[in-house]
Write a protein that binds this ligand. Structure first.
Ligand SMILES: NC(=O)c1ccc[n+]([C@@H]2O[C@H](COP(=O)([O-])OP(=O)(O)OC[C@H]3O[C@@H](n4cnc5c(N)ncnc54)[C@H](OP(=O)(O)O)[C@@H]3O)[C@@H](O)[C@H]2O)c1
Length: 298
């Protein structure tokens, strides 16, 4: 399939591009820098130069493709309204471009706030609607395009898509631990984070492109939930730091913007995804990655 990938140079996107190419797909990646363009070309992908905010360029990329995988995100965590607006506008533009074609639109999403007191499942609809909601309500916006002749699929990634070279949440938590001289966990550390290795997440995206029915919500989840205390202990071992609880009232001060996420229970299952696609994660666990130095190179 001729696939247009936004975020093709990112942590997940670069692995997705590798997996798509290995599966025989023809990939065009969005690149906003010379370095990203060169990296994509070196792999054998086509390059479309452009910015997420250049909606004409996004529209043209989507119109030229047989499928779109939207992974780009501004990730302005200190000013989420900026990221949310860009995300919503991009999804609206891609959906409009694909309307009436029956073509797949896969988009990145997450598992936060889908369920209370239990792991989230694929059956849990996102409560986020409208431009002012997290991620600009992009999952629901995309899924609604099923009524307009698009084949939308949501890719709900675990809060940590981990591995060597990850610059996401676990790398950020590791940096905070090193800066503070202590690897902290919120409260009693019993709240959990789902996790998936990057290679397994990438495989799931390709399978989702090839096999997922329209309207699917896929869970890129290998581990239902790793207690934050275990995550902090593994970071402590990796960087030879003491491990300690951070009281609820100190979480914001200690962690900054990531505190709210690290204090949440972000657990999820992937039973339906595995059954639907025959997906079986095989990569290392989050703690195995931390214990074998995946985060030490940064
Ligand atoms: N990693 C995780 O654990 C995780 C968990 C849940 C959900 N997600 C979601 O999954 C998606 C991919 O995440 P990731 O970890 O791969 O993110 P990432 O490594 O930060 O990559 C972000 C990608 O978006 C591109 N991008 C950012 N701003 C852009 C702009 N203004 N114009 C064009 N491209 C732009 C980046 O391009 P450059 O290379 O030029 O910067 C990069 O390719 C995101 O939507 C993310 O929110 C990730």
């Amino acid at each position: 399939m001729r696939v247009f990938v936004t975020g093709a140079s990112g942590w997940i996107g670069s692995a997705v591009v590798d997996d798509l190419l290995a599966a025989g797909h023809d990939v065009t990646g969005l690149a906003r820098s010379d370095a990203s363009a060169a990296a994509l070309a070196a792999k054998g992908a086509h390059v479309r130069r452009g910015e997420l905010d250049d909606l004409d360029g996004i529209r043209a990329g989507a119109s030229d493709a047989e499928a779109v995988i939207h992974l780009a995100n501004k990730h302005d965590f200190a000013n989420p309204a900026v990221s949310n607006a860009a995300e919503r506008a991009a999804v609206q533009t891609i959906g409009d471009a694909l309307a009436g074609t029956g073509r797949p639109l896969l988009l990145a999403s997450g598992i936060a706030v889908l369920a209370k007191g239990r792991p989230a499942t694929e059956a849990d609809a996102s409560p986020f609607h409208g431009p002012d909601s997290p991620r600009g309500g992009s999952e629901n916006l995309a899924l609604e395009f099923a009524d307009r002749g698009v084949h939308p699929v949501s890719l709900r990634f675990s809060p940590t898509v981990h591995g060597t070279g990850d610059h996401g949440f676990i790398a950020h938590l590791s940096a905070i631990a090193r800066e503070k001289g202590v690897s902290g966990y919120p409260g009693d550390g019993s709240n959990r984070w789902a996790a998936v290795h990057r290679s397994d997440a990438a495989r799931l995206v390709t399978l989702g492109l090839e096999k997922a029915p329209a309207g699917s919500r896929l869970h890129a989840v290998a581990e239902v939930g790793v207690p934050t205390r275990e995550i902090a202990e593994a970071i402590g071992r990796a960087f030879d730091l003491p491990v300690a609880s951070v009281a609820a009232e100190d979480v914001q001060d200690h962690y900054g913007w990531i505190g709210a996420f690290f204090a949440m229970d972000l657990s999820a299952t992937s039973t339906q995804t595995r059954e639907l696609l025959g997906w079986t994660p095989t990569g290392p666990t989050l703690v195995e990655d931390l214990d074998t130095g995946a985060y030490k190179s940064r």
